[in-house]
Design a protein around this ligand. Sequence first.
Ligand code: ZN
Length: 154
Amino acid sequence: MKTKHTLSIIAALVLSASALFAKPIAGPKGGRILTATAPHAEFFVDASRNVVISFYDADLKPVSPTDQVAIVTAEAPSGKAKLEFAIKDGALVSVAPLPAGDGYRVVVQLKANATAKPTNYRVEYHAEVCGECKRAEYACTCTEAGGDHSGHGH
Ligand SMILES: [Zn+2]
């Protein structure tokens, strides 16, 4: 009996681990993790609508930015806006807020340093809160049917 019980616990652990793995990684600040592998970058919009990009290692421990360069292009209804970033409180923070409104595309361009090859990440910026995971829609971690994997742009 005891052995059988242990086995079912292991099976349950394996199942929940693989279920977790299939879900998007929850950004520690409540934002969206852009990266599939470490070092991770999180896109978060703070209360004053500034974009905060935080970096994490594989265990989601914060890593202070050093040479990373970020540029965000907000494809807002009022027109495209380019946001530049400065290091503040251990993260890259946009020097200007996102344009008004939501429901528009935001392209985050990240470079490991000024001369590195850039990687673009697309985020559909929806500010409303998801009823299920209680996170902002742009950072929602609920698994969606036919999930959108186009976020890892080239
Ligand atoms: Zn959700």
